[in-house]
Design a protein around this ligand. Structure first.
Ligand code: LLP
Length: 433
């Protein structure tokens, strides 16, 4: 199994955190997102502990909300002492509505609207991670109107290619995010920020990409960022209080992929950074990291009911499920790999039936995965589980074809509870006039 929270019980059913996935599917219906709360907490603790040990007590991991944002997630990460990275008023509203301590919230995005800025300031957001000059001016103006001195970090593009898939590589000079060091714009915007009356520049942020396995990427990014911190000290006598290294640690979607030892990795990055700070003669800033995927991905899975099994002799086989790109657009968008299994018959004969798992939306690209091998007697009513769907599935889900979003069921110490209800038919048109 690709994660230790998965197993098979005596009935040959898949279990997550010891709970029978098939029974949950029968109880709540399919498609169904299931999350193992204990696993989420374990991952939070790994980051909180590792960062404190490696960087000191002022270090803080920020959960990247975009990976999965709903009320219960903020309760969990809040209890675990994490901060959070938000990118919209909607994510902020969700966090605020369960009392998440917003002084530990960092508002990102490459295009914050005036509404976002005003709303976040009024709610007491801790920091904005500012992308560009227009935004800096808008925050200065809106903070000024409220008599607030707003703390910000600046998003800097270190100019690194992390060798992940193009859609999630963000640290290159030509990225839509941030200001590049190479072009001189990072220095310009930093100097400008220090001159604004209603802005307190606290430091810098970078994020090089997502689903990154190579720890060297974080070391190279931190080296470039510390060099920038040293330049700002030397040239402008600016003291960087916070350095945010972004998110990006990869997770295991397939057996062939490695499992990253997060704590060892953080330790490695910290050792390098300490030595580099010494070499540059600067103080180590308080460090932030923004893990999203690696907090929630392998805590989650999706269960579907198989419908049509279509054999096109000499061509291809399809197994259609009762969900698809509306609840998981990642294969359609990025060709993302997933491990798929027959949840109700895990011990069935050696799988030999090569097929494509197709969704139920009205377009050919609505696929969950191609080249999957399942038992040849797969039939309507069987239950198909797609593993490692805890990140960027619920959060990227849509109502395409007016499909309702599946519910989110959480498991805590062997008990299941609803974190997000299934969208009903009435919910689908609740805003229609
Ligand atoms: N911080 C920033 C500024 C980010 O842009 C991201 C992800 C993260 C943190 C969290 O990265 P993580 O630890 O989750 O890798 N929809 C894509 C992923 C987009 C990631 C965008 N930014 C997917 O489904 O693979």
């Amino acid at each position: 199994m690709i994660c230790k929270n998965l197993s098979v019980n005596n009935d040959g059913h898949l279990t997550l955190s010891g709970v029978d996935v098939v029974e949950l599917a029968q109880k709540y219906g399919t498609p169904l997102y299931i999350y193992d709360e204990n696993r989420i907490r374990e991952r939070c603790r790994t980051y909180v502990d590792a960062m404190r040990k490696a960087f000191g007590d002022d270090a803080l991991p920020l959960y990247a909300s975009k990976a999965a944002s709903f009320k219960q997630i903020y309760r969990i990460i809040g209890e675990e002492g994490m901060g959070t990275d938000l990118v919209s008023s909607g994510e902020l509203y969700t966090a605020a509505s369960v009392g998440f301590p917003l002084e530990k919230a960092y508002f990102h995005s490459n295009n914050k609207t005036d509404f976002d800025i005003a709303y976040a300031i009024d709610e007491g957001v801790g920091y904005f991670v500012v992308d560009n000059v227009e935004e800096l001016d808008a925050i200065d103006r809106i903070a000024g109107e409220r008599g607030v001195n707003q703390k910000v970090l600046l998003r800097i593009t270190p100019g690194i290619d992390p060798h992940t898939y193009a859609a999630v590589a963000t640290g290159k000079v030509d990225s839509k995010f941030g200001s590049a060091i190479e072009t001189g714009q990072a220095e310009q915007i930093s100097k400008y920020a220090t001159e604004l009356k209603n802005i307190e520049l606290c430091g810098f942020h970078c994020h090089v990409g997502s689903q990154v396995f190579d720890s060297d990427v974080f070391i190279r990014a931190s080296e470039i960022m510390l060099d920038f911190v040293a330049l700002m000290k030397k040239k402008y006598n600016f003291d960087t209080k916070i350095l945010d290294l972004g998110g990006g640690y990869g997770v295991r979607y397939l057996k062939e992929q490695p499992e990253i030892d997060i704590a060892a990795n953080i330790h490695e990055v910290a050792s390098f950074m300490k030595a580099h700070c010494e070499k540059l003669g600067i103080e180590m800033p308080a460090i932030r990291m923004e893990p999203g995927r690696s907090i929630v991905a392998d805590a989650g899975l999706t269960v579907y009911t198989a419908g049509t099994v279509k054999r096109i002799p000499g061509y291809k086989n399809y197994v259609s499920v009762d969900g698809g790109m509306a609840d998981n657009p990642r294969y359609a968008l990025y060709g993302s790999p997933y491990t798929i299994c027959l949840a109700n018959r895990m011990n069935a004969t050696v799988p030999t039936f090569k097929c494509t798992i197709a969704g139920r939306c009205c377009e050919s690209g609505d696929l969950i995965q191609e080249n999957v091998t399942l038992p040849g007697d797969i039939k309507r009513g069987d239950m198909i589980a797609v593993l490692t769907t805890g990140a960027y599935n619920y959060s990227m889900a849509s109502n395409y074809n007016r499909l309702g979003k599946p519910p989110v069921i959480m498991l805590r110490d062997g008990r299941d509870y609803i974190a997000v209800k299934r969208e009903s038919l009435a919910d689908i048109c609740k805003n229609d006039i």
